[in-house]
Design a protein around this ligand. Structure first.
Ligand code: TRP
Ligand code: ZN
Ligand code: CA
Length: 439
């Protein structure tokens, strides 16, 4: 029975129904991220978000009272956000464009890791109008996604999807920055964006709780979050084309977002369910000089910031526990020669689109009387080697363990090998099973 030929290879493809564009559904629970196995989003600190707003206010104040396209306050805002992201380990890039005779900037920040073929993007415009500092419009969205991005870094979060954040320039001149980004993106790159989340005005002083109505999975993720807090939401109807999600939606990217209201008037029915003042605009300082740090409702900003983190975590996590993924297993026994040559057990992965995930689960089951003899590697289809165990564990026996491997640079389909070599004489054993789980 000294065979290295797999006698049974099973592929269990219990593929979860992938909602539009590949965002995984979240189930009926009000707090889906806390379901088994998924990392829960952290609570976003209102104090931290408000500190970013104070800093943006200072930038406006020391630059003529605004942070508008083409003005010094805009570039200073970009530099401020970029420095924080660089320090947190993001890969940032500035995209420049020209409009109204001035250079504009988009800031793009990528969190390393995740499936490069499945991108979850979140964006907010960072420019203000010229008439004021733009703290609710749109320091609020900018600060909230900044703090969410920093929370990703602090948590060392390893999402299944690749996370990208964007701060757009010249939104107030007609979505110029976001249009430029979408138009410059090659079609193949566009199709990798499985969702775009937009946050423009989320701390309105007389707030409403509006959820964009586009992709059902994204919409449900936000609605479920608010339902869990016992807060009613309404569909955003104040103008579908009025912010930076529009260029994404126009090319078929699933979009979603949150909004707490601009110049429309809060009705008495809305004041009943949300509090605040009926007959008054959601934001009386919309596009005015009074859109300062005083023009923020802390409760709305806090809830919306937490909802953003919840959505970023939930929509990027992919499936959570093994039975929902694709499992490939080889249970043939492969004897490992004592102090001898390396042997392998192979599984053939088929039907998985694109690259392997950043959290490939590698199930190793080796029966052996002294694990300290063993060098154990995962070998990708192209021959890349990932070390799993290198003569570790001393005199303990057996290696029965699931290793998590960042295999996101490997094409998923093909022959993956578990390679085992026994490097010292006396103790012996065999590979009992080798299993790959694609979440
Ligand atoms: N984008 C608008 C601005 O910056 C604000 C706005 C009005 C808005 N209606 C909206 C944003 C609906 C999102 C959704 O001036
Ligand atoms: Zn805005
Ligand atoms: Ca040995």
């Amino acid at each position: 029975m000294n065979t290295s030929v797999p006698r049974r290879v099973t592929a269990v493809a219990a593929l979860a129904a992938l909602a539009l564009g590949g965002l995984t559904g979240t189930g009926a629970s009000a707090r889906p991220a806390e379901a088994a196995g998924a990392a829960a989003a952290p609570d976003i600190s209102l104090t931290a978000v408000k500190q970013h707003l104070t800093d943006l206010q200072s930038i406006a104040t020391s630059n003529g009272g605004n942070r508008a396209h083409g003005r010094a306050g805009y570039k200073a805002s970009i530099d401020f956000v970029k420095a924080k992201l660089d320090a947190a380990g993001y890969t940032t890039s500035l995209q420049t464009f020209t409009t109204s005779g001035a250079t504009g900037y988009n800031l793009i920040a990528d969190w390393p890791g995740g499936d490069p073929n499945q991108v979850l993007m979140s964006g907010s415009h960072l420019d203000s109008v010229t008439s004021g500092p733009g703290i609710n419009d749109n320091g609020s969205g900018s600060a909230a996604i900044l703090e969410t991005a920093l929370a990703v870094s602090r948590a060392g979060y390893q999402p299944s999807k690749h996370l990208r954040f964007a701060w757009w320039g010249a939104e107030e001149l007609g979505l110029v920055g976001s249009k430029y980004y979408v138009n410059s993106l090659p079609t193949t790159e566009r199709s990798k964006i499985k969702g775009y989340l937009n946050f423009d005005m989320i701390g309105s002083p007389n707030p409403g709780y509006f959820v964009y109505d586009d992709d059902p999975t994204i919409e449900k993720t936000f609605k479920d979050y608010y339902a869990g807090l016992g807060i009613q939401t309404e569909i955003e109807t104040e103008g579908d084309g009025r912010s930076d999600h529009a260029p994404f939606k126009n090319v078929g990217v699933p979009v979603g977002g949150l909004f707490s209201g601009a110049d429309y008037t809060k009705t008495s029915a809305q004041a009943q369910k949300w509090g605040g003042t009926a007959g008054q605009a959601f934001d009386r300082c919309y596009h005015s000089s009074c859109d300062t740090t005083a023009n923020i409702n802390d409760t709305a900003l806090d809830r919306n910031s937490d909802a953003i983190a919840h959505a970023v975590w939930t929509l990027s996590a992919g499936s959570t526990t093994p039975p929902t993924g694709k499992v490939f297993e080889n249970t043939a026994d492969v004897s490992v020669p004592d102090n001898g040559a390396a042997v392998t057990s192979t599984v053939n992965v088929t039907g998985v689109t694109g690259n392997a995930p950043s959290n490939l689960a590698v199930g190793v089951d080796i029966v052996h009387t002294y694990r300290g003899d063993l060098v154990v590697d995962l070998v990708a289809p192209d021959g890349s080697v990932y070390s799993l165990s290198n003569r570790s564990g001393g005199s303990a026996d057996n290696i029965v363990q699931t290793f998590t491997v960042n295999a996101s640079s490997e094409v998923a389909n093909g022959a993956w090998k578990l390679r085992v070599q026994d490097k010292a004489s006396a103790d012996t054993g065999y590979i009992n099973a080798f299993k790959l789980t694609f979440p």
